[in-house]
Design a protein around this ligand. Sequence first.
Ligand SMILES: Nc1nc2c(ncn2[C@@H]2O[C@H](COP(=O)(O)OP(=O)(O)OP(=O)(O)O)[C@@H](O)[C@H]2O)c(=O)[nH]1
Length: 643
Amino acid sequence: MTLNRKITLLLIAVALGILLTLLVISLYAFRAFSLASSTAHVQTAAEIVRVHLTEAMINGVIDKREQFLNRLVEIHNLRDARVVRSALVNQQFGEGLSRESAADAIEAAVLVDGVARYEFSEWNGEPRFRGTLPYIATARGQPNCLQCHQVLEGSVLGAVTIELSLAELRRRALTAIILSIATIGIITLIAILGARRLILPVGHTAAALDGLVKRALQGDFKGRVEQRTNDDIGAIASHTNRLLSFLDEGLSRIGARVTELTGRPPHRDNNQLQATLEMVDGLADAARFKSTIEEDETKTEIYDRFGRLLETRFAVRHSSVYETDGPKRLAAIAVDGKIGADCRWCDPQILVRSETCRAKRSGHPVDGLRQPGICYAFRPGTDSHPARNEETAGPGATDEHDRARAHPDRHYCIPIIQSGMVGSVVQLITTAEEAPKLLEQVPYIQVYVREMAPVLEAKRLTETLRESALRDAMTGLHNRRFLEEYVDSLIATARRRNTKLALLMLDLDYFKMVNDTYGHDVGDTVLKALAELLKQSLRASDLLIRFGGEEFLIILQESSEEGAMTVAEKIRESIAEFKFSIPGGGNLQKTISVGVAMFPEDSETFWQTLKYADVALYRAKSDGRNRVVRFAPEMWSAEDGIY
Ligand SMILES: Nc1nc2c(ncn2[C@@H]2O[C@H](COP(=O)(O)OP(=O)(O)OP(=O)(O)O)[C@@H](O)[C@H]2O)c(=O)[nH]1
């Protein structure tokens, strides 16, 4: 019920209450007034009759008393005037007129006890008031009763009954009551209308404010209150309108800025305020994410954090991150949040021909959520996490529903632009059912990706710089500095696994001659070719380091002495057979000498073992070159530290 209706009903109730009370009071007053006034009239009439009868007795015309009474009832509103005689008077003066004996019980009672009686009555619809009053013998006055009547003082001599019509009195009283009630009713009506006029703007403004607040709770601040008055209520409306304008303008500005950053305005059907707040929260979280990843050490750490974020914040359980690896290659960095996992959601040919990845090729997001099949390199699959499926599908889900859930067959790929080129590609994978939800999240994920891009770029540069410091520029092999940095973890791993490291120190025989005969460029070519040859001869877990000019160090992990000697021999043989092509035509054959030492077998310290490998190499050289020599303690002169 509205405020206006409530107040109107209250005013009407108060008015009716006043009118009813007034009516009751008026009727009661009328009755009391009628009683008092009629009693007085009856008493006056009775006194007149008594005086007249006394005068008639003195003047000897008492016989004419009936005419007097008959003429008396001709008086307006006097309906009856009757006198009855008591038995005492009848005894003294004889029976009176026929009408002078008691006509009813009231008169008889008054004659007996001498007490006046009054009553209201109705006769033929006419309201009447009747009074029967006794005449009591008294010795007071001149003449007095006892001068004629031979009775005791105080005896009842007779009674007079006077009956008055109250019709006119009632009519007048009712007219007065109706007039006063009507007057008060009109005044009350005017008061109600006036009050309503005053209260209406309050009610309207309150109703309008109620509507506005409801709209504002839905994020809509466009509504305004009509300013109906210039008083306090009008001021409330005006101030509310200003506040709403301010909020609307502020929300629009925030929304516009947020739209600029996310590339998508808040959904029209959504609560604008809520949607904007969520977007602002998303941006704040993205900014926090950026400051966190800035402190991460490596790109891998960043990708790992991003994978966890996709899963926890955006419920994206399947995703891939690919990184440009050379001009035409991509490398799978993280798949379904696992660093270093194999390419799962794309044709593996994107790894060797990066152009087959649409996002990498175009540099634009690829929306396979709304356009399934847009990228032929995408490989939809089945969800290999049954526990998660149960969780998402719920216990009552149908088999068909489960199957639909278990088929992530929609994707959205976001290229990450670094230095104007696609440096990485983030691939989000979901089911057809979940696609609309993910599509809603994509702008926010893109904000994270945008925040991540410069950080990845910086990390990539740092890693490249660091990498270049740890690699030999000519051969691309790791250098001595790398060994210095890596050696501790190498030793720790060997100790933890209780395995041996084999150190193979290699050196080209008579390499100086190559330089001297063919020039440095040919010498470089030979060194590069040798590096490639060595790389191909080794396992992925082995380390190949360009240790010095034409000196190379091979570290075989988890190796035995026999194994190391076999590998060294094979390498020596393969190089001896290899024909290095010389720019400009012709071939060149070279041999190598190899020194082998075992860690920790030969020495407890790595660097000492390395020295031993060098000693063995020296022995191989001095023994005629093109051979593999295993270090023996007698090759080392402990006195002066030289061999
Ligand atoms: N072209 C080229 N030559 C290099 C490079 N680094 C070192 N050398 C040369 O490698 C040669 C090494 O020669 P030496 O250490 O005297 O020995 P060698 O001629 O190989 O003979 P042995 O080692 O005793 O069999 C030197 O002439 C260096 O200038 C390089 O990066 N490029």
